[in-house]
Design a protein around this ligand. Structure first.
Ligand code: SF4
Ligand code: SF4
Length: 284
């Protein structure tokens, strides 16, 4: 009795095993070897910056020609070149690598709070409670959702309640940009030497009453005396840098009474302009 049960079970096992082996062969999905190769050169961060659910989906999409090879921000131009090589693409357009910047300098010490928020440590959740505790409706909420979301551990919150981007770790994937409910983070080209760290569209009086480092629309930076090439313009109540690589904006940046501009690269005041500026201020 025991022996016959054993033989029957063994036979069933063999039968099912053979069936599974046959099904595996018959219904095997053929993977394009190019997909495997592309997958091998990707950073494997699965950050979704390319607009696909992960690296495998990106590899499939890029081989199918649905997305261009240069969509992997963490991989940058190097990975794009490797993918182009695998796919035999010779005219690949490369974009300059980007880095995330924080467009708000109003931390706990500089920006007023309307109330004490004691809810979930999440910026989007905090925003749902009366529009956030910060008096400035444009300012950073300081709960670090961007830092938690960064797949590369490139953002840390400082003691003043503001995010700080570690440019050595940032891959420009843009996950933080998508996460921030206040649009405080932005991606700029790595070579861009200066950016404006304020997004407030409030009028001067309102800004001054709630933040000591907010742009209060004094318009000094758009004054042709300081930006002779017109490289900074006003858009609503906020200046916009049209040409961050114009060396002449260095004067305007220096003149900003609220220190709203953050200089992250070389921004030298050209000697000729500096002299002209001195002369004109002496005259009047
Ligand atoms: S800081 Fe932002 S852009 Fe940079 S790696 Fe982190 S999530 Fe990506
Ligand atoms: S930058 Fe945005 S996500 Fe990050 S702490 Fe500030 S409000 Fe929150």
């Amino acid at each position: 009795m025991f022996l016959s049960s054993l033989i029957a079970l063994g036979g069933l096992g063999l039968l099912f095993g053979a069936g599974l082996a046959f099904a595996a062969k018959k219904f095997a999905v053929q993977v394009d070897p190019k997909i495997t190769k592309v997958l091998e050169v990707l950073p494997g961060a699965n950050c979704g910056a390319c607009g696909q659910p992960g690296c495998a989906a990106f590899a499939e999409a890029v081989v199918a020609g649905r997305v261009p090879p240069n969509r992997c921000a963490p991989g940058g131009p190097e990975t794009a070149a490797k993918i182009a090589d695998i796919l035999g693409i010779t005219d690949l357009e490369t974009e300059e690598a980007k880095v995330a910047v924080v467009q708000c300098r109003g931390g706990r010490a500089e920006a007023k709070e309307r109330f004490i928020y004691q809810g979930v440590e999440d910026c989007t959740a905090a925003l749902l409670v009366g529009g956030g505790s910060k008096a400035c409706i444009y300012g950073c909420l300081g709960l670090g959702s961007c830092a938690k979301a960064c797949p590369f551990d490139a953002i840390h919150m400082n003691e003043n309640g503001l995010p700080v981007v570690d440019e050595n770790k940032c891959t420009g994937c843009g996950v933080c940009v998508l996460t921030c409910p206040r649009n405080i983070l932005a991606l700029i080209p790595r070579s861009q030497p200066v950016y404006l760290a304020c997004t407030s569209q409030d009028k001067a009086k309102a800004v001054k009453s709630i933040c000591s480092v907010g742009c209060f629309t004094c318009k000094i930076c758009v004054n042709p005396k300081f930006t002779p090439n017109g490289s900074i313009e006003m858009v609503g109540n906020l200046p916009r840098i049209k040409d961050p690589n114009d060396p002449e904006i260095a004067i305007a940046v220096e003149k900003c009474p609220a220190n709203c501009y953050v200089v992250r690269g070389k921004l030298q005041i050209p000697e000729t302009v500096s002299q002209e500026q001195e002369n004109s201020s002496e005259k009047g």
